[in-house]
Design a protein around this ligand. Structure first.
Ligand SMILES: Nc1ncnc2c1ncn2[C@@H]1O[C@H](COP(=O)(O)OP(=O)(O)O)[C@@H](O)[C@H]1O
Ligand SMILES: [Mg+2]
Length: 375
């Protein structure tokens, strides 16, 4: 049913109609509404035809170079909820970082193999991938494939076999640290061969907290959590954070949530703005300033075997991921990952006792998630 039309809305509709019927119209007196916002506040603004008003030249597609991190950053992209943008975030950040001159490796740990698909990497049954690495001990070197989309972008694919790994790993020796060993061996091999060091390893996790995700938490010092700007998005976060805390206590003391990215932001809903505010309030510096809008271009890209960075580099989604990648790269230099025993530099106060702060926040987050409400 059509919604009642407000006065303001009527004004907008009339303008739009006038623009179309009297085209070509060049509005020499753009109103505030014509000026693009700092981040898009319209859903899928990609699809709205550009107005005839001359705009500023859009940002060029990254001849820009991002700084290399002080040492290889290994980041697990985790959230046990499905459909929050883990895979999309992994492949688009990877592509953006690589386009800006960095060497990036994506490890596809989700048996669905969505990251492999989005990067155009062959992952049909029988192709060696992360199953062979984790269960059979095959060197990572032997399964990694070059991705054509960006200059130095690599991917270790996931095939359907990986679904069995979750169970097969249960009875295996060192079942939680098999990925860590494989990655360490791979790095050593690159070093011995005199090859370029990997700058970023991004691990795309399945939507569960099983042994595959645990292997990722053990292999990586950093966790990146994508949070969808929607109702219930914060539910389950407390479970994720307490699992991370358990891993930190027992298996990987260096583990920390360093980055949170808000995804699928829909500027038309008050709820999305509330989620952003709540997450920023409780997580502070960990939250990237860049917000990824909900965009049809982002969801179309995988069906072309591409990331949105390649599919439509000037779309709002691609620009948001580029900005997120830039922020991450800048942090990688300022906030040198602290090796064990190092006093720490950069944002030391934020990292010193992250758990107390987040545990405090959880009470409110639960309250928020169960609140009546919405836009
Ligand atoms: N910003 C976005 N705008 C629109 N669609 C998106 C966006 N991010 C992800 N999607 C789509 O939502 C679905 C779930 O995203 P995905 O990255 O696969 O989530 P996950 O890996 O957490 O399950 C996919 O179809 C993806 O194309
Ligand atoms: Mg996924």
């Amino acid at each position: 049913m059509a919604e009642p039309v407000t006065e303001a809305a009527t004004g907008t509709v009339v303008e739009a109609v006038v623009d179309e019927t009297l085209a070509p119209v060049v509005d020499l007196h753009p109103t505030a509404a014509d000026v693009p916002a700092a981040f898009p506040d319209e859903v899928t603004d990609d699809e709205v035809p550009l107005p005839a008003v001359p705009r500023e030249t859009p940002a060029p597609r990254a001849p820009e170079r991002f700084p290399r991190p002080t040492e290889t950053r290994i980041m697990t992209i985790a959230n046990q909820k499905g459909g929050v943008g883990k895979t999309t975030t992994a492949v688009n950040l990877a592509s953006a970082l690589s386009a800006a001159g960095l060497k990036v490796l994506v490890l596809d740990l989700d048996p669905q193999g969505n990251a492999s698909t989005a990067l155009g990497i062959d992952h049909h049954a029988g192709v060696p991938g992360m199953y062979e690495v984790l269960v059979e001990g095959k060197p990572l070197q032997d399964v990694v494939q070059k991705c054509d989309e960006a200059p130095d972008l690599w991917c270790a694919p996931a095939t359907v076999d990986l679904a069995g790994a979750e169970i097969e790993l249960v009875s295996m020796v060192a079942r939680e640290s098999r990925l860590q060993r494989a990655v360490a061996k791979y790095f050593k091999g690159l070093q011995q061969a005199g090859e370029r060091r990997v700058d970023y390893v991004l691990i795309d996790c399945p939507p569960s907290l099983g042994l595959l995700t645990i292997n990722a938490f053990v292999a990586a010092p950093e966790v990146l959590i994508p949070i969808q700007c929607e109702y219930y998005a914060l539910e389950g976060l407390s479970q994720l954070l307490s699992n991370i805390e358990l891993i930190q206590e027992h298996l990987n003391p260096d583990l920390a949530v360093t980055t949170i990215l808000l995804t699928m932001y829909d500027g038309r809903t008050r709820l999305a703005a509330q989620v952003v505010e709540e997450v920023r309030h409780h997580f502070g510096e960990q939250v990237l300033r860049s917000l990824v809008p909900r965009s049809v271009r982002i969801s179309e890209a995988p069906s072309h075997g591409q990331t949105v960075m390649a599919y439509d580099p000037l779309s709002s989604g691609a620009l948001a991921y580029l900005e997120a990648a830039r922020e991450m790269a800048q942090r990688g230099v300022q906030e040198t990952p602290t090796p064990a025993g190092d006093a720490g530099v950069g944002s030391a106060p934020a990292v010193a006792d992250p758990w107390a702060r987040w545990t405090d926040g959880l009470v409110t987050r639960r309250g928020f998630a169960s609140k009546e409400g919405g836009a």
